[in-house]
Design a protein around this ligand. Structure first.
Ligand SMILES: Cc1cc2nc3c(=O)[nH]c(=O)nc-3n(C[C@H](O)[C@H](O)[C@H](O)COP(=O)(O)OP(=O)(O)OC[C@H]3O[C@@H](n4cnc5c(N)ncnc54)[C@H](O)[C@@H]3O)c2cc1C
Length: 166
């Protein structure tokens, strides 16, 4: 019998339901639309043209989730475009954000030499913060009402690591 009800069947709900079911719970996902997937659903926005409704680029999908859900053996293919983003301006210039920061900086230079000069440093900062956040996502949050001494110690260590990023 159902012991957890999840309202909305977006990809976060589906992943949560999977792990709850794997942990022995009996989740029920209620979706108001005829299809699940939320903003990650691929739909035809003009005859013959399909794209995800909103989430057009893959966010931080953890490799462990890809493995656990066996996405690749179920036919999911991950496309890693290069450039990862292309913005065409009204004057027909185009800003391409290539995966290589130096190459992307060259593209940015046509719009702003100052931004181009800082872009590699910006990427390095994001990578550093991303690694910290990645670690944070794998942690079990401490109890809010009655944190144990061990949980508080972990929290202090995490806070110090965060401060070290400046
Ligand atoms: C403009 C825009 C662009 C974005 N681009 C990206 C991107 O490129 N890459 C990326 O990773 N993320 C992107 N995002 C963010 C991404 O879309 C969300 O983070 C993601 O969709 C959240 O997923 P979710 O499963 O939590 O909820 P959602 O995808 O919002 O799904 C919620 C689901 O709940 C259903 N629902 C809602 N209310 C009810 C109800 N009362 N009863 C039953 N069902 C209900 C909805 O129909 C829907 O299916 C973008 C967001 C926006 C707004």
């Amino acid at each position: 019998m159902t012991d957890i009800i999840i309202i909305g069947g977006g990809h976060n709900a589906l992943v949560a339901a999977f792990y709850l079911a794997r942990g022995g719970r009996k989740p029920l996902v209620l979706e108001r639309r005829p299809i699940v997937g939320g903003c990650a659903v691929t739909e035809e926005f003009a005859p013959g043209y399909k794209a995800p409704t909103l989430a057009h680029a893959l966010g931080p999908l953890r490799p462990s989730i890809v493995r656990d859900l066996q996405l690749e053996t179920r036919g999911v293919q991950f496309v890693r475009p290069d450039p990862r983003l292309l913005a065409v301006a009204a004057d027909e210039r185009a800003l391409a954000l290539w995966n290589d920061p130096a190459r992307a900086a060259e593209s940015i230079r046509a719009f702003s030499a100052k931004d181009a000069a800082r872009y590699p440093e910006f990427c390095a900062t994001l990578a550093r913060l991303g690694a910290f956040l990645d670690e944070l996502l794998t942690m079990t949050p401490p109890s809010i009402d009655a944190p144990s001494a061990g949980e508080l110690w972990e929290l202090i260590k995490t806070g110090r690591r965060f401060r070290n990023h400046g």
